[in-house]
Design a protein around this ligand. Structure first.
Ligand code: URP
Ligand code: ZN
Ligand code: ZN
Length: 463
């Protein structure tokens, strides 16, 4: 007996249509008008949108960072993702300096094992090419393991930052393989100087995290990494968490020159700002200390437009949660010791739908594209993921466009003692979520089995 989802509006990047969807165990067996219901369990989806499960390509679950570990492990992070309508995450395995990439791969697979509630894939964050660059060969080995995207940090000196030579060598290798280089673009060394000057002037509060990381430092890094990719023979580049108009314009300029440069922004940069969300009393601003920082409100409209016009291809979260009471407070004496990151995996689809579709900034089809279809294509998972079509995994969200919901830490599944979107009211929410054919969320409750998520072996797009 299959599951027959009847009469919903199926949405993809290319259009919307009322049709039925037949699920056979883990996959979609058929999509069509009036599929015969005989022998199948029927689910009435009239009035609902039938969306491909969301894909969040930028998460940090169970990640050691800033002297602590991010507050959501694979169980709690993926549970929260599912509740919000996301059925696939791509998390970052972090290579430790002095250790080959394969170790990080094993470590992150072990973190997910028995815990992931939805399917997950990994990027490899590269910090060290090893003795005589011997670990460049790890790149090939990782591609063989299904890791086809490699992250480099141009920020966080002495922690994760790599220099231009490392970026260049990595890109020469990824260019030959067709793999993608994901970039945290900020000029880390210059920011470090500005930070030291702020501290010397006695500015130690959380607001100074934002004030010491100017937009031009992000734009400069985008410009530089694009040049490096061109020098390296046209390596494919994906700029993560583009936070401001200046950086987005560098992405647009690269694309205008025909270079293979793509980018994402995150929900926080689209709906929060320095003016609206920082400058709170006491240490409250620490909740909003993430990197890049919140920007001035003037950046929001250009980022939305960039999404609508395909300068930016993806909305992700950069979900990297830290509790306020015992983690953010590590930086009470100095903003430099506040663990960088914020929670958001649960709210991405709600915020993108409400502030995107309801507000007239994104069409419904573009919403599906930036939250599911484009991530699947860019990161080598399409058409297994990212579309409601025969043969694809039955990762399906029954989305109620009329459901009203208020985001609050009091009811969230994420393991933080606050929400950066506290009190935000949204219209449109996931009613039911299927992950590979299994109903895992019903009415906002996770009802799936913990640990049921599988590791996704990704391909190299176009090969
Ligand atoms: O503040 C952030 N974004 N923390 C996670 C690490 C990163 O830079 O993505
Ligand atoms: Zn980053
Ligand atoms: Zn990140």
């Amino acid at each position: 007996m299959g599951i027959l989802i009847k009469g919903g509006t199926i949405v993809s990047a290319s259009g919307s249509k009322v049709a039925d969807v037949l699920i056979d165990v883990e996959t979609i067996a058929a999509v069509g008008a009036r599929i015969d219901a005989t022998g199948h369990r029927q689910v009435d989806a009239s009035g609902l949108l039938v969306l491909p499960g969301g894909i969040d390509v930028h998460t940090h679950l169970d990640m050691p960072f800033g002297g602590t570990v991010s507050a959501d492990d694979y169980e709690w992070g993926t549970r929260a993702a599912a509740i919000g309508g996301t059925t696939t995450v791509i998390d970052f395995a972090l290579q430790s300096m002095g250790h080959p990439m394969g170790e990080a791969f094993k470590t992150w697979r072990a973190k997910a094992e028995g815990k992931a509630c939805i399917d997950y894939a990994l990027h490899m964050a590269v910090t060290d090419l090893g003795p005589n660059d011997a670990w460049l060969d790890d790149v090939d080995a990782m591609v063989a393991e299904g890791i086809t995207s490699f992250k480099i940090f141009m920020a966080y000196p002495n922690v994760l930052m790599v220099n231009d030579a490392t970026i260049f060598k990595l890109m020469q290798r990824t260019a030959t393989l067709g793999a993608l280089v994901c970039v945290h673009a900020e000029n880390g060394t210059v920011i470090d100087v500005i930070v030291q000057q702020a501290l010397a002037a006695g500015h130690t509060g959380p607001l100074y995290h934002a004030l010491t990381r100017p937009t031009i430092a992000e734009a400069e890094a985008v410009h530089r990494v694009v040049a490096l990719s061109e020098l390296a023979g046209g390596a494919k580049v994906y700029i993560v968490h583009v936070s401001c108009e200046e950086a987005m314009r560098e992405v647009a300029a690269a694309q205008a020159r025909g270079l293979p440069v793509m980018g994402e922004t995150c929900t926080q940069y689209l709906v929060l700002s320095i003016e609206d969300d920082m400058g709170k009393p006491g240490f409250e601003d620490a909740k909003y200390v993430f990197t890049p920082p919140l920007r001035e409100k003037r950046n929001q409209a250009p980022l939305w437009r960039a999404l609508a016009e395909n300068t930016l291809q993806v909305i992700s979260t950069d979900h990297c949660p830290f509790r306020f009471k015992d983690q953010k407070t590590l930086g009470l004496e100095s903003f430099t010791r506040i663990p960088n990151g914020g929670p958001g995996i649960e709210n991405r689809m709600q915020l993108a739908y409400h502030h995107g579709v309801n507000a007239g900034r994104l069409t419904l089809e573009r919403f599906v594209e930036v939250t599911a279809e484009a991530p699947a294509k860019i990161f080598g998972m399409y058409p297994k993921k990212g579309i409601v079509a025969a043969g694809s995994d039955a990762d399906i969200v029954l989305w109620d466009p009329a459901a009203e919901y208020t985001i609050t830490a009091a009811t969230q599944a994420m393991h933080t003692d606050y929400s950066i979107f506290e009190g935000f009211q949204v219209k449109g929410n996931a009613r039911q979520v299927y992950s590979r054919g299994e109903l895992v969320v019903d009415g906002g409750k996770f009802i799936g089995k913990v640990g049921r998520g599988s590791y996704l072996h990704r391909g190299v797009p176009g090969r």
